[in-house]
Design a protein around this ligand. Sequence first.
Ligand SMILES: [Zn+2]
Ligand SMILES: [Zn+2]
Length: 108
Amino acid sequence: MNADTNSNRNQRIEGLRCELCHRVVPERMTSVHHLRPRSHGGGPENEAVLCKMCHSFLHATFTNRTLAESFDSVEALREDPEVRKFLKWVRKQKPHRSINVDRRSEKR
Ligand SMILES: [Zn+2]
Ligand SMILES: [Zn+2]
């Protein structure tokens, strides 16, 4: 399957691929998430380009501490049941849409 060769030019989305949900979103809709903060010895290899929705989901669901201690890789994030549920949903959303991910008040 090679979708690129036959793709309709009007429908092509220029952008970056979110490392978590793998959707291609416009660059302005992406931001860099620090899987491991610099203060915890993180470097460029511990950064992930995420779409805004994934990024806001992570910070609405987990505290920075949980993220740094339990989720220092995209693979680790994908193994979390709550993240999986979110990914299933977010993949059905239009790439250029940004929905405010308003989550629980209690973070993990
Ligand atoms: Zn994403
Ligand atoms: Zn972040």
